[in-house]
Design a protein. Structure first.
Length: 330
């Protein structure tokens, strides 16, 4: 059944686990996430960006998730809007049947420029007022996702957005976070601790200098009852990076967030862990590997290479459910 994010995260807090939130835009991702959840008995968070909605189209996305709920009636599923840029985007998602929305007011509506505190509170509060009236949960964000190595916000090509964020912009300010939660009444809070979106997070395996897991402890001290969300939480599996690069790909040396660091964050209140890049890499690696394998040279049935993609993604989903403790909790 579809459930609200708040319901799931309250349960996760009670039982000290976190739930991976996987981005979806196609059927294979949905099937991989659900098959893995079924295999280990985990609740599910599927999230869709505005880009995903325009890729699949709103009706296809909605029905993909409905199909998942129908096929797996005993798995609780949250359908979450990822990074809504404006209240309008979030309201459209509520209308479409999402059970949770993220109002990302940490950036202005262009999703590139950091915003100020008052703007963030105003847009987020607008969304919580409407969402809560509809039984829908809200995630807000305070602080700017960005690299403590470079000050960049992170992008797929590794070059990052324009402008440089200072260290104090990158790390969520604890007092601001307290005021933000109090004024907006969000159900979950995305915090910035040095992670960024995409594959290019760290130029070497991260240390505490650039991945501030310890900052979560400070935040939890001030906000003991708030559910934290970690964005940019892909681990960038080195084995998939290698498979992509040995089968015609060209991805530079790069490192993600080690699973054990995320697990360390769970004891400080992390309850939702956003993952997109890892499934993209597994899917791309599996398809490249399949299509460049000589013994598949005569294949022209897409189901064959899409099955390889689904299997690769499913393995990652299962590993995350196990590591974050959501396995066995459905
Ligand atoms: O937060 C970013 C997610 O990875 C979604 O990316 O906008 O390309 O769908 P997207
Ligand atoms: P990754 O790019 O690390 O997978 O992060 C995804 C994310 O935070 C979506 O909101
Ligand atoms: Zn994100």
């Amino acid at each position: 059944a579809l459930i609200a994010l708040r319901q799931l995260l309250d349960f996760a807090a009670e039982h000290d686990f976190a739930v991976p939130a996987f981005n979806i835009s196609n059927m294979e991702q949905v099937q991989a996430i659900m098959q893995a959840a079924q295999a280990v008995n985990s609740p599910v968070i599927m999230q869709a960006s505005v880009g995903a909605r325009s890729y699949a189209g709103e009706p296809f996305l909605r029905h993909l998730v409905q199909a998942a709920v129908e096929q797996y009636p005993f798995i609780p599923v949250v359908l979450h809007q990822d990074h809504g840029a404006t209240p309008d985007v979030c309201i459209r998602s509520i209308q479409s049947g999402f059970t949770s929305v993220m109002m990302d007011g940490s950036l202005q509506a262009d999703m590139k420029t950091p915003s100020d505190f008052d703007y963030n509170v105003t847009v987020t509060r607008t969304v919580t007022d409407i969402a809560h009236a509809c039984g829908v949960s809200v995630e807000g964000e305070i602080g700017c996702l960005g690299s403590l190595e470079t000050g960049k916000m992170g992008k797929e090509d590794g070059h990052g957005a324009d402008g440089k964020l200072s260290r104090d912009k990158v790390l969520t300010d604890p007092d601001e976070a307290v005021a933000f939660v109090q004024q907006t009444q969000v159900d979950a809070l995305a915090v910035a601790i040095g992670t960024s979106h995409g594959a290019y997070k760290f130029s070497q395996p991260p240390t505490g200098e650039v991945l501030a897991i310890s900052h979560l402890k400070t935040l939890q001290h001030k906000l003991p009852n708030t559910h934290f969300v970690m964005h940019g939480s892909s681990s960038v599996p080195q084995e998939w990076l290698k498979i992509i690069n040995t089968h015609g790909g060209d991805i530079g040396e790069t490192y993600g967030v080690p699973v054990e660091e995320i697990v360390a964050g769970i004891q400080y209140g992390v309850r939702k862990v956003n993952i997109d890049t890892d499934l993209r890499m597994a899917s791309t690696g599996a398809v490249r590997q399949f299509l460049t394998d000589e013994k598949n040279a005569k294949n022209f049935d897409p189901r064959k290479f899409l099955l390889a993609s689904t299997a690769a993604m499913q393995a990652i989903c299962e590993a995350r459910y196990q590591a974050f403790g959501s396995a066995g909790q459905a």
